[in-house]
Design a protein around this ligand. Structure first.
Ligand code: CTP
Ligand code: MG
Length: 217
């Protein structure tokens, strides 16, 4: 039975569903990026650049370690695979309990079966997005050092989107099998790019308050 919901509530439900799918797709990259910081900070890892300099600055700085890279990648991959395990029931719930009761205006039902339900593409992205995100984070630090910004000092926008760029770029190896982030409906990707900086800042502020992080940037 289709419920006739007031227009405002339908707009809200649609927006929520679009947001949910966008977050669902990018989740492994988010997890890797959110975990490196609080976990790796507690362990003394070896800097990737081994203390070397380039053009008068550290190549990457002490904040980029081999252990941090691997730990965050492994946690992101593990989380992404667990996500694939629960993806079946989640997609089933959305396709039956949700979208059968009200018809979303913005989200065609195949988006649920393609982007949310478990899939080979989902598993491949779970394996690639976390290391891609961490590689993007390295590239971000490399650029910061070249701009003369010391380790730990904030670089607005760059700090928030470097991991996204890395995840996006590494996912492009899946272009031949049409499972890269470029193969996801571009509206979700646009939404991810737009809302990542505010989400990142909000999460960092909370992590700072909980003393998981030194700087609230
Ligand atoms: N971290 C790590 N290895 C990585 C990435 C992060 O060990 N590859 C840990 C470091 O302890 C780092 C912390 O997570 O200090 C926070 O990460 P991030 O904010 O990316 O590094 P910053 O210290 O701010 O350094 P940068 O200025 O280069 O971004
Ligand atoms: Mg930082």
């Amino acid at each position: 039975m289709i419920v006739q919901l007031p227009a405002l509530i339908r707009v809200f439900l649609d927006a929520w569903l679009v947001f949910f799918i966008a977050m669902w797709v990018i989740f492994p990259a988010y997890l890797a990026n959110a975990v490196a910081v609080p976990l790796a900070r507690r362990i003394h890892f070896r800097p990737i650049d081994r203390g070397t300099f380039f053009l008068g600055q550290r190549v990457l700085g002490d904040g980029k370690t081999v252990g941090g890279f691997l730990l965050a990648s492994v946690v992101g991959i593990a989380g992404g695979l667990v996500q694939q395990l629960v993806a079946g029931p989640v997609a089933f719930y959305l396709a039956n309990e949700w979208t059968l009761v009200y018809h979303p205006l913005l989200v065609p039902s195949w988006h649920l079966s393609t982007y949310v339900a478990p899939s080979v593409g989902g598993v491949l992205r779970a394996l690639l997005l976390p290391p891609g995100a961490m590689a993007g984070d390295l590239l971000g630090s490399f650029i910061k050092r070249r701009l003369g910004i010391p380790r730990g000092r904030s670089a607005p926008v760059l700090d928030q989107v470097d991991f996204l760029a890395g995840a996006f770029l590494l996912s492009l190896v899946l272009l031949p099998v049409q499972e890269s982030l470029l193969d996801i409906d571009p509206w979700y990707i646009l939404l991810i790019i737009i809302i990542t900086p505010p989400i990142h800042l909000a999460v960092n502020k909370i992590a700072y308050k909980l003393r998981l992080k030194d700087v609230a940037s």
